[in-house]
Design a protein around this ligand. Structure first.
Ligand code: PRX
Length: 663
């Protein structure tokens, strides 16, 4: 983030008090901060009482061997029972759990908690019949259909940790995850709908399975939901491995006794980008995760399960979908909307139409989406009745003040508070956010650590900075939904998060932040080689590795350049191998496609520049800062530490002649 933006941020002086009616009936009041400050473990124990435990814990937190935490030690529970069965047992079986809205017009389903229970039990029985046992990993590679939620809960029910891989990831990305967590079964669908067209998913699973087999790992079964009815082709079905969902799930019994698992039993692994090429498998466990997500969902969104209709627009393939579409809301007995398609299909007002049709009251989305709508103009949302809305949420990156004001005025009718929620795949739960009945919202600030969460901004030495200063965001005390480790890599877990402020024992989030004069927190973006593109995390190194794996590329450097809509955009600089000559006319498009194939469409560079050299220090480190200057069309900064300071002239000249590379 540029200095200019930074100072603009700190000049922001608007603030919006909570609406009086919301404040008067809020689920959580200011007293929660005091309660948590006086006795943090006691506070989280109270939050845990909101769930059904088969066996109560002996100890709230075991932090004897940091950074390896154990929460609710000795407690036992079943996550699926907590998200589904207990609501049915409490007499709410007829309550709608999910209003599912498909992309093709009129493709809708209404799923009550009873329906969900039956489906989850059937799927659990089907997984058992395929040989899945507690502890086995199951990969889920699916579109946004109800079966995806059913599959996750069925895994949780039988204690098989799931790893959901975003359906937009390539077969290569899927293969590396299958191998890393040794997934026994993959659950997928023949395909999904996107902007009116059916696109295949099963073929990517076949490719991934073949790649995994090449690395010596065999997936035992692939369970396939029929969604689009696409022709799978002559070689698209392997009788020894592939099983149709409707063959084994529909005929399975709807009776299944949920077994209680240890609070620390693994619930899921979610892969996310880090600073090196290899994605990290973030491990979340059962008890603490469910406590953290259900507490924060109730507090931040002020959910009134009897009357609210909640909608989180995230894809279930990301952590937001896990914590605030599946586990948090379902544990709280929410009625929610789940939408399969994109915001602009079949028309640009689709989301607003859904809010109108289902009378959505709580809406949670990402700044990148809001900025896209801003560009399209307010006439589109103005054409729909959005008066049911009472609370708006934002996640994924800082919401810039302009987008905040537009969201507040145009979507929220100037009456809905906005909760800007900061958290990460690793934190599992929202960590910094206004409480809607307590905290006045400032456009662009995530405001205050949640009750029970100790977040701070520190300097290089780990000392808390005074108000009005910036530094690194840290978490000073463990929290229930925290990651427990990286799958199979305790050392990398320690190095990545706990070594930067080892002396103090702080968790290093990788984000820069600032405290304003009131002590409220403003997030300033990543301080490492992680980019944030449309609220999705991408690693510069991972994309560089993908580029270098192309036979024509000798070297590559990737930077995240500021982008009006997506926050940041991927910009790549490549040096071609001598043998590749000038690479050919379509080299840029060829490389963009290659990155898409290796990682997925979200990682496709916006711009690729073929350059003769890269700027390096004398010790050979690429100076990405200078490349960023070029990508953001700024004057190139200080080049004195470059081994060869003329390199930047060469690259700048290329830049001048490369307009048109932008996609
Ligand atoms: O840089 C922060 C940014 O997203 C990162 C976490 O990305 P991921 O694990 O993919 O999770 C995204 C959804 C929780 C953070 O390190 N980030 C997320 N929310 C915000 C944010 N930055 C500023 N403000 C936010 N509200």
């Amino acid at each position: 983030m540029s200095e200019e933006t930074l100072s603009n941020l700190s000049r922001e002086d608007r603030s919006f008090e909570p609406p009086a009616d919301l404040a008067a009936s809020a689920n959580v009041t200011a007293e929660a901060y005091d309660r948590a400050a006086a006795d943090r473990d006691g506070f989280w124990a109270e939050a845990a009482e909101r769930l059904d435990w088969s066996q109560k814990w002996d100890r709230v937190l075991d932090w004897d061997d940091p950074p390896f935490a154990k929460w609710f030690v000795g407690g036992k529970l079943n996550a699926a029972h907590n998200c589904v069965d207990r609501h049915v047992e409490a007499g709410n079986g007829d309550k709608v759990a999910i209003h599912w809205v498909g992309e093709p017009a009129d493709d809708k389903r209404t799923i009550t908690y009873s329906d969900l229970k039956d489906e989850v039990c059937r799927a659990a029985n089907a997984l058992l019949s395929l040989g899945v046992q507690a502890g086995d990993r199951v990969a889920i590679y699916m579109p946004m259909i109800p079966e995806t939620v059913v599959a996750m809960l069925a895994c949780a029910r039988i204690g098989a940790p799931h790893t959901v891989v975003f359906g937009g990831f390539s077969s290569d990305a899927l293969a590396s995850r299958l191998v890393d967590c040794e997934a026994k079964v993959v659950i997928t669908s023949d395909g999904g709908y996107r902007r009116g067209a059916a696109s295949g998913l099963k073929p990517a699973v076949d490719e991934a399975r073949a790649k995994a087999a090449g690395e010596g790992f065999d997936v035992e079964h692939v369970l396939v939901v029929r969604r689009t009815g696409q022709d799978l082709g002559e070689n698209g079905w392997d009788d020894g491995v592939d099983v149709w969902w409707h063959d084994v799930v529909d005929s399975a019994s709807a009776e299944h006794e949920a077994e209680a698992f240890d609070a620390e039993h693994p619930l899921y692994v979610m892969y996310t980008s880090g600073t090196t090429g290899k994605p990290k498998g973030i491990l979340h466990t059962t008890g603490g995760y469910l406590v953290g997500t259900s507490y924060t969902h109730n507090a931040v969104f002020d959910l009134k399960p009897e009357t609210d209709v909640y909608w989180c627009t995230a894809d279930v393939g990301w952590v937001t979908g896990h914590s605030y579409m599946v586990y948090g809301p379902l544990a709280n007995g929410a009625t929610q909307v789940m939408y399969e398609g994109t915001p602009d299909a079949p028309h640009k007002g689709r989301w607003w139409e859904i809010i109108q049709d289902y009378k959505v009251t709580i809406f949670y989305t990402a700044p990148t989406a809001i900025r896209t709508f801003m560009k399209q103009g307010r006439e589109i949302p103005d054409g729909f009745d959005l008066s049911s809305l009472r609370l708006l949420g934002s996640v994924g990156e800082s919401i810039n003040p302009e987008a905040y004001m537009w969201y507040r005025e145009v979507i929220g009718g100037d009456r809905c508070p906005i909760v800007d929620t900061w958290w990460q795949t690793e934190t599992g739960q929202i960590m910094i956010s206004p409480l809607p009945g307590v905290t006045a919202g400032k456009p662009g600030s995530a405001m205050t650590p949640m009750p029970g969460v100790e977040a701070d901004v520190v300097n290089d030495d780990g000392e808390s900075v005074p108000n009005g200063s910036g530094g690194y965001l840290v978490l000073k005390q463990p929290w229930p939904a925290m990651l427990r480790t990286l799958w199979g890599d305790d050392e990398r877990f320690k190095d990545t998060y706990w070594s930067r402020f080892k002396k103090q024992g702080f968790y290093f989030a990788g984000d820069g932040a600032k405290k304003d004069d009131d002590g409220d927190i403003w997030l300033l973006g990543r301080v490492d080689d992680v980019m944030n593109v449309s609220g999705h995390r991408l690693s510069t190194t991972e994309i560089e590795s993908a580029l270098v794996s192309h036979p024509k590329v000798a070297e590559a450097a990737v930077v995240g350049a500021a982008d009006e809509t997506t926050g940041q955009a991927v910009c790549a600089f490549v040096i071609l191998r001598d043998s590749a000559g000038d690479g050919g006319e379509d080299i840029v498009e060829e490389l963009r496609r290659h990155v898409q194939k290796e990682i997925g469409a979200i990682a496709k560079p916006r711009q690729i520049m073929v350059v003769p050299e890269l700027p390096k220090t004398r010790s050979g480190k690429i100076m990405r800062r200078l490349l960023k200057d070029i990508a953001e069309h700024r004057e190139v900064g200080d080049v004195t530490t470059l081994a060869d300071s003329t390199v930047m002239d060469l690259i700048s000249k290329k830049e001048g002649s490369a307009a048109g590379d932008e996609a």
